[in-house]
Design a protein around this ligand. Sequence first.
Ligand code: FAD
Length: 190
Amino acid sequence: MRRERVVQALPQIMTLEEDRVAAYAGLPHEILHTDSLMEDAAETPVCTSRVRIGDAIAGDPASLPLAEAPFVVAAGNGVHDFTTFGEVVRALRATPGASRVVCDSGHMPRQTQVGASGTVLDASCYLAMGISGAPQHLQGIGRVETIIAVNTDLHAAMVARASLAIIADAQDVMPALLRLLQQEGESPCA
Ligand SMILES: Cc1cc2nc3c(=O)[nH]c(=O)nc-3n(C[C@H](O)[C@H](O)[C@H](O)COP(=O)(O)OP(=O)(O)OC[C@H]3O[C@@H](n4cnc5c(N)ncnc54)[C@H](O)[C@@H]3O)c2cc1C
């Protein structure tokens, strides 16, 4: 005769049965096709009586979902200076990523994990700092066009996969990169 009550967090997707909410009673709105307006908007902002299309505002790369990020800079076990790593990510206007080892150690949040048991990227550029290129990690970057590896091991799998490899200590490369960016005065990806 025991009665149990299970308390759960609210689900992320909720469906409503018909007639469970009151019908919309606000001002009626008209749905317009905006395809032609969007083409014009590339040149000059368009303003019609009902629709105004202004400039596109770029999203904050730091908070982009990893799967949608065009440029990811990731840290592996070869990165020890995570303060400088964070500065490099911001200076390059990239989205941060990490290997599983780094997420396991708590240096980076779990949602930054790239790979088979993390996120599969759709980025066009991936900068891998101190990442060996284990098969489970490489599964996450199979679709990436350009990979740049920073690694002390010339024979690392990530170096073999990369279009450009820098064989050096990541702790030396990161501040050097920051200095270059400061000299140029702008991010190459801005
Ligand atoms: C079921 C399963 C699922 C997994 N899923 C994932 C996953 O989704 N994602 C993932 O990443 N891993 C995953 N792994 C773990 C994976 O097998 C590797 O253990 C992990 O990717 C290794 O991370 P790493 O390359 O950062 O570290 P390491 O293997 O320790 O490699 C560190 C690299 O940094 C280099 N290095 C060292 N010092 C420096 C330095 N000072 N400067 C520059 N380079 C340096 C080294 O030469 C080496 O290449 C999974 C494993 C299993 C079993």
